[in-house]
Design a protein around this ligand. Structure first.
Ligand code: FPP
Ligand code: MG
Length: 298
């Protein structure tokens, strides 16, 4: 079924009748397609469901193209990113093409569906801005971090689940809550993997967040666990290229205060709640998507 989504995206791009866009699009690896998987698992495989899944993945793809420009990234999904190969201008414009075609197609399906998705994309953009602003200085506020990841990542996953429930004529709320929990946990796991995994497994550089100024949940927990003098040491390493010795210090302190386990537990609690909701509804595939998401290593 996921294949049908890939073909729909290719068809949407082909309809633009621009060879250059098609060639550029072919350079984009597909990724995990979490949002499309969710939509299909909730709503089946009718044409409007396949289209919605394709639209959401195109919007997500556009947001990553722009994100890589904003983060000055060199790799995405294990290969060189579009901005790294063709420059920022190309990455931004390819994002614009994917994003606007997706909205054109969205407007042809259903007005309520359009509202669910477009509201999410506005919040997604606000979330990206919040991420950039928070990264300018050392953020030790857990609530600000959580609000930012909710907007930046969870909102589109939440909207995908809600949109799919709407298309399937199912009750919206349980799917919305499932999507929200899964989305927040997804970003928490992403932020944990940045610390625990190597770059080959991740398909992007490891330990990149702190260097970029992002104090993710394990860093926030660590900060609040450390004595004052060591808090200062940690702050001193913020937004810098770390020396081997400094990375080791952070790793050792994270181990000492068990902050990775603490962050993992928080993500697991959210997923557990999401799974329970789906168990009550007999949605076996959605339970399995949530389990796989929390157990992933990249
Ligand atoms: C990745 O975060 C970024 C996002 C999930 C959202 C990006 C959103 C925008 C750029 C605004 C919306 C733009 C459009 C065109 C809809 P990350 O940098 O933490 O993850 P990474 O390590 O995978 O890059
Ligand atoms: Mg990024």
């Amino acid at each position: 079924m996921l294949d049908a989504v890939e073909r729909k995206i290719e068809q949407f791009i082909a309809e633009l009748e621009d060879k250059d866009t098609l060639n550029l699009y072919k350079k984009l690896p597909a990724g995990k397609r979490l949002r499309a998987r969710l939509i299909l698992a909730i709503a089946g495989d009718s044409l409007s469901v396949i289209k919605t899944a394709a639209i959401v993945e195109m919007i997500h793809g556009a947001s990553l193209l722009h994100d890589d420009v904003i983060d000055d990234a060199n790799t995405r999904r294990g290969v060189a990113s579009i901005n790294a190969i063709y420059g920022n201008k190309t990455a931004i414009m390819l994002g614009d093409i994917l994003y606007s075609k997706a909205f054109y197609e969205l407007s042809n399906i259903d007005p309520k569906l359009s509202r669910i998705i477009s509201r999410a994309v506005t919040l997604l953009s606000i979330g990206e801005r919040q991420d950039v602003v928070l990264s300018e200085s050392f953020n030790s506020n857990e609530e600000l971090y959580k609000q930012m990841i909710y907007n930046k990542t969870a909102v589109l996953i939440e909207a995908s689940a809600e949109a799919a429930a709407y298309l399937a004529g199912k009750e919206l709320k349980p799917y919305r809550v499932y999507g929200k929990n899964l989305g927040i946990a997804f970003q928490m796991v992403d932020d944990i993997l940045d610390i625990t995994q190597d770059s080959t497994t991740l398909g992007k550089p490891a330990l990149a967040d702190y260097k970029e100024g992002k104090t993710t949940l394990p860093y926030i927990y660590l900060y609040h666990s450390l004595p004052k003098d060591e808090q200062k040491v940690l702050r001193g390493m913020h937004k810098k290229e770390l020396k081997e010795k400094e990375s080791r210090w952070i790793a050792q302190k994270m181990q000492e205060y068990k902050v990775i386990q603490k962050a993992q537990l928080e993500a697991k609690e959210l997923v557990k709640e999401a799974i329970e909701i789906m168990q009550n509804l007999g949605e076996v595939e959605l339970e399995s998507i949530a389990t796989k998401m929390i157990e992933r290593s990249f």
